[in-house]
Design a protein around this ligand. Structure first.
Ligand code: HPA
Length: 249
């Protein structure tokens, strides 16, 4: 069973029917983590809203360790993260998708590892390629097929560097210039430590990112939240269709 970790704007998925809600107790949170179990035809899928019920947790307050632990506990075989991002690459304007293949982590002060306390020995994970290539290819093929069938103007990048900033504020124009010089193609606030924790627990992890705005300074004027929510609303319908496809692939 695959799991979806849903970000801002994705509160439910049309193509899936609800089956049950699991409350998973973890060593990392006082409260259990709520994970919905859904079904698309015969295919089960787990659904975890990253920002908590009611979308109340900002990126730096999300309990990433408890979330990933809960999915491991449920026995999921892999994780598709859905992330709203700012576009830096010239082909990643609002409404375009990306399936990134690299990450640069600019976050700080987050609980970013399971290997911190009570260790028998110091533990390091390989993170050369932070995303699972097989899962990435499944995502790329699902998006490509949907694009061909729907003959929609669904545009996407099949690779890219995700720069993960601390938030919750958006970046300054100078910060985005620096990120671009570093090689970042998209910017968001939630891929880290999520991706690394999934790797620590040996869970394949890939991301479907939806650009909801040009990153700071790349379009005239300020970034409008109203615009972001409009793009999110429109884009999440397509996200649901990609997810239904990948679940059945
Ligand atoms: N920056 C960081 N995170 C984001 C952005 C952005 O411009 N848009 C959506 N998430």
């Amino acid at each position: 069973m695959l799991a979806i970790i849903a970000g801002t704007g994705l509160t439910s998925i049309d193509c899936f029917e609800p089956v049950s809600c699991e409350k998973v107790i973890t060593p990392y949170a006082d409260e259990p983590i709520s994970v919905s179990l859904l079904r698309s035809g015969e295919i089960p899928i787990a659904f975890l809203p990253r920002h908590g019920e009611g979308h109340k947790l900002p990126p730096h307050k999300i309990n990433y360790r408890a979330n990933i632990w809960a999915l491991k506990e449920l026995g999921v075989s892999g994780i598709i993260a859905v992330n709203a991002v700012g576009g830096i690459h010239e082909k990643l304007g609002p409404s375009c998708f990306a399936i990134p293949d690299q990450i640069i982590d600019y976050t700080w002060g987050r609980d970013s590892t399971y290997f911190a306390d009570n260790l028998d020995e110091v533990t390091h994970i390989d993170f050369t390629n932070p995303f699972d290539e097989k899962l990435r290819q499944r995502l790329i093929s699902s998006v490509s097929k949907l694009k061909a069938e729907a003959k929609s103007d669904l545009e996407f990048l099949d690779s890219g560097v995700y720069g993960c900033t601390q938030g919750p504020r958006l970046e300054t124009a100078a910060e985005i210039r620096k990120l671009r010089q570093d090689g970042c193609d998209l910017v968001g606030m939630t891929a880290m430590p999520e991706a690394a924790l999934a790797r620590e627990l040996k869970l394949p992890y890939a991301m479907l990112a939806l650009s909801v705005n040009w990153a700071a300074g790349l379009s005239a004027g300020e970034i409008s939240m109203d615009e972001i929510y409009k793009v999110l609303d429109e884009g999440m319908g397509l996200v649901g269709r990609v997810l239904a496809r990948i679940a059945n692939s």
